[in-house]
Design a protein around this ligand. Sequence first.
Ligand SMILES: Cc1cc2nc3c(=O)[nH]c(=O)nc-3n(C[C@H](O)[C@H](O)[C@H](O)COP(=O)(O)O)c2cc1C
Length: 215
Amino acid sequence: MTTIEKENFDLTNVLTRRYATKKFDSSRKLDDATYRQLENSLLLSASSFGLQPWKFVFVTDPEIKAQLPAFSWGQNQPQDCSHLVVICRISELNEEHIDRYIQKIASTRGVTLESLESYSGMMKGFLKSPSDKIHWMEKQCYIALGTLLTAAAALGVDACPMEGFDAKAYDQILGLSEKGCHSVVVCPLGYRAEDDHYAKLAKVRFDAEDIVIKI
Ligand SMILES: Cc1cc2nc3c(=O)[nH]c(=O)nc-3n(C[C@H](O)[C@H](O)[C@H](O)COP(=O)(O)O)c2cc1C
C-alpha cells in the first residue's frame, strides 16, 4: 500500500478516544487478527540506525499474569488485560548484534556485505562511544511503546503504558535474563471495562500556544 485512505479516518478522534486504561474487561480478549496487527506494529517501529535492540514479550498465561499486580504498584491491568506486552531491551548491544543486522539488510535488499561495510563501521564506532548504551536502548523501547499505543488506538484496542512496575521482579517471573533481555516498560492491551470512569475524564493537555513553537 502506497497511499492511505484519509476519508474515513479521523486521527484526532482516534487519539482522543485513547486513554491510559485503568480497568480492563477481563472477559474480552483480542482476536488473532488484531493481535497480529499489534505485533506487527512493534516489529515495524522505527529505531535509531534500525538496530531494533529489543524483544517484545507477550504474556497471556493467566497464572503468570495473576502474579504481576503485586509487582505493579498494586495495579491490576497486567492481570485483567487480554495481552500484556513487556517491552524489553536486549541484554547486550554488541558487534554480533550489528553483524546480524547487516546480514539481514543484505539478504532483504539483495545487496552485498561489502557495500554495507561503512554503515557497519559507523554503527560499531557508535558502540564504542562512551555514551550509556543501556539508556540508548531504553529510549528505543519507548519509541516502540509510542508506536504500539497509536496502533492500538487505531484498531480500537485499549492500552495502558506502565512504568509503575518492579522491573527486576518481572525479569525474574518471566525468566527474561535467560531470554537475553530486560523489561523496560509494559503495556497491557485489551478492552476497557464499562465502569472505568477514567474513560470519561476530559483530556488534560496544555494549549498548543504553550507547547508548539513555530519558527
Ligand atoms: C511511560 C509511561 C508510563 C506510565 N505509567 C503508568 C502507570 O504505571 N500506571 C498508569 O495507570 N498510568 C501510567 N501512565 C499513563 C499516564 O499517566 C497517562 O498517559 C497520562 O496521565 C495522560 O493520560 P491519557 O494517556 O489517559 O491521556 C504512563 C504513561 C507513560 C507514557
